[in-house]
Design a protein around this ligand. Structure first.
Ligand SMILES: [Zn+2]
Length: 416
């Protein structure tokens, strides 16, 4: 049991007694259980029966549709079933069901308990819900759960692809933690060294046990779920996604928007992040090979991007959200020549420290081996996404956030 940020986290062989006790202790007796056609039989029904047996009044919503998407349609499926009783929501499912419930419970001014059915993502304890609203993907600030009750045998029996997705999301913490350090060093981004260390450590625990995670052994899955919860808590405690999201997540975010805009089949978040982490790690590898003198030469040979051309590029690639992206990029777009030169000098002066940060990222062959151990994809075409769109995402997704990641650095060095 982990108690952190006032969220109680239970990961147990049989989580039902603990959940019943938790509800009894807090005199919680009215519930709105949200599940789908897959998660209701594997865990939802058992939760419903257990709480009903102790006198609980459980209203159950089983989401229906070919593919559950965190959009208006599925949020409505939950809200139309709401009555006027005060009910605590129970999100029985993976990331998408949790996010739909996070939103519905927050907007109806109640709380929710997360009952994950797959170790697929690090967002269970998050405050934000990534939703698709009006066809646009956006993170809406809502609330974290009051508690997480994860039933270990259910997590172990989750589809292998969902376990691999959770692992991919955790692999990304190596590059996101490194990007956060870069951003702090070169762009004065708010930073917490202890949280950065915890984020990196949560990734290491998972990669140290990649084979067990690939076998879905109880020990392996517990390590993975611990890592996912810890990563979520790092974001929650920091109050932002920086500890767990860098270049690898920005590329993935670009691809996720593209999937929504072009009505392509969804791809598990962590499956994409596993691959995009290899890409970001590749840039760290290139940086590791540059001496300070070579970096200085490259910085001198690479001109400051032209403001008008940058805006044009953003409008071309991110048409539906161009204004928002341009607003996020203002600090970069508005840099004077003098400020840009000062940033170049800072990079040269801090080159030894940049090398230390780059050295904290494992090599891409090593990461490829770990992804292989859990049966995860190591390239985008395997996930149904083209090389062409991936390249577009790699080149442009740094525009999506005001963050100084390895993508921004690589651009200044003329390697991206
Ligand atoms: Zn993620």
């Amino acid at each position: 049991m982990i108690a952190n940020s006032s969220i109680l986290v239970h990961i147990e062989d049989n989580v039902i007694p603990g959940l019943r006790q938790y509800c009894a202790d807090r005199q919680l007796s009215r519930f709105m259980l949200v599940a789908d056609q897959n998660t209701y039989p594997v865990l939802g029904q058992a939760v419903e029966e257990a709480l009903t047996r102790q006198g609980g009044d459980v209203k159950t919503v089983i989401l229906t549709g070919d593919e559950v998407i965190p959009n208006e349609e599925f949020i409505m499926q939950v809200l139309v079933q709401a009555d006027t009783q005060d009910r605590i929501y129970l999100a029985v499912g993976s990331g998408v069901i949790t996010d739909i419930t996070r939103f519905a419970s927050h907007r109806t001014k109640t709380s929710f308990i997360s009952v994950p059915t797959a170790p697929s993502v690090d967002g269970f304890t998050s405050i934000g819900a990534p939703l698709v609203l009006g066809g646009l993907k956006q993170t809406v600030i809502c609330q974290p759960p009051m508690a997480v009750f994860a039933n270990l045998p259910t997590l172990c029996a989750a589809p292998k692809a969902m376990i691999a997705s959770g692992f991919g999301d955790m692999l990304g913490k190596y590059t996101s933690a490194a990007d956060w350090s870069l951003g702090h060093l070169l762009w004065d981004e708010p930073y917490d060294a202890n949280i950065a260390r915890r984020s990196r450590q949560s990734a290491k625990i998972c990669t140290d046990h990649a084979a067990e995670i690939g076998n879905a052994s109880p020990d392996g899955i517990r390590y993975l779920m611990d890592g996912l919860i810890e990563s979520g808590l790092c974001m929650l405690e920091f109050g932002g996604s920086s500890p767990a999201s860098g270049m690898e997540h920005h590329i993935s975010h670009h691809l996720e928007m593209k999937i929504v805009w072009d009505h392509l089949p969804a791809v598990l978040h962590g499956a994409k992040v596993g691959v995009t982490t290899l890409i970001a790690a590749g840039y760290y590898e290139q940086i590791r090979q540059l001496t300070q003198a070579q970096a200085k030469e490259r910085l001198a040979a690479t001109p400051q991007p032209d403001r008008a051309a940058e805006i044009q590029q953003i409008q071309t690639v991110y048409a539906p959200i161009a204004n928002r992206v341009i607003a996020a990029q203002t600090p970069f777009l508005d840099m004077s020549g003098q400020d840009y030169d000062a940033l170049k000098q800072k990079i040269i002066d801090q080159w030894p420290r940049i090398q230390e940060i780059a050295a904290s990222v494992p090599s891409s062959p090593e990461m490829t081996r770990w992804l292989g151990q859990v049966g995860a994809a190591t390239d985008m075409p395997t996930l149904g996404l083209s090389h062409e769109e991936t390249t577009r995402a790699v080149k442009n997704s740094h525009y999506l956030r005001n963050r100084f990641t390895v993508a921004k650095l690589s651009r200044m060095l003329g390697i991206l």
